[in-house]
Design a protein around this ligand. Structure first.
Ligand code: HEC
Length: 154
């Protein structure tokens, strides 16, 4: 399935809005909450790296995309361990819905991992940004879907 570039960019922009306004929450968090914020931040950094190639701000480099996607897959695989039941203390944007609908939450983490693996595989043989764009957009949609249901709005 090929997406129109505009659709991919919209999904990427949606993913990128998750970066804003969080520096304060992050700085005063502790323990597992702080750790998972760090994990999310690293995922966000990887998205930014790939996103700037998609937008033509940096040159396409297949190996950089592959490595960034592999890192996201690894982080996605560790995500559910970082949400012990009712861990919302300190400043956290995690919603109780995570534990009320654990299967839904874990399902989206699994989806993120699978889509990141797909992106890393697509990057291996890619000659240019068009071949990775739809996979990047898919990833962005998964970030947004999980934040929509399981994370407090800013
Ligand atoms: C399975 C659900 C899920 C997925 C998928 C997910 N996130 Fe998150 N994300 C969360 C939750 C929940 C929080 C809030 C954590 C907290 O504050 O305790 C969060 C927080 C964040 C934060 C804020 C971290 C901070 O410092 O407070 C960023 C940035 C972020 N996510 C980026 C992303 C990006 C980019 C993606 C996709 C590549 C993504 N997330 C995918 C659930 C998810």
């Amino acid at each position: 399935m090929m997406l129109k570039p505009a659709t991919a960019l919209a999904a990427a922009a949606l993913a990128l809005t998750t970066f804003s306004g969080l520096a304060f929450a992050h700085s005063s968090a502790t323990g597992i909450v702080k750790q998972r914020m760090g994990l999310m931040e690293e995922i966000a950094e990887s998205m930014k790296q790939v996103g700037s190639m998609i937008r033509g701000q940096t040159d396409f480099d297949a190996e950089t995309v592959r490595a960034a996607a592999a890192r996201m897959a690894d982080h996605a695989g560790r995500m559910t361990d970082m949400f012990p039941r009712n861990s919302t203390s300190g400043p956290s944007e995690a919603l109780p819905a995570i534990w009320e609908d654990w299967d839904g939450f874990a399902g989206l983490a699994g989806e993120l991992e699978a889509k990141a693996v797909t992106l890393s595989q697509a990057a291996e043989n890619a000659q240019g940004v068009d071949e990775i764009r739809p996979h990047f957009a898919e990833l962005g949609r998964t970030c947004a879907a999980c934040h929509e249901d399981f994370r407090k709005a800013d």
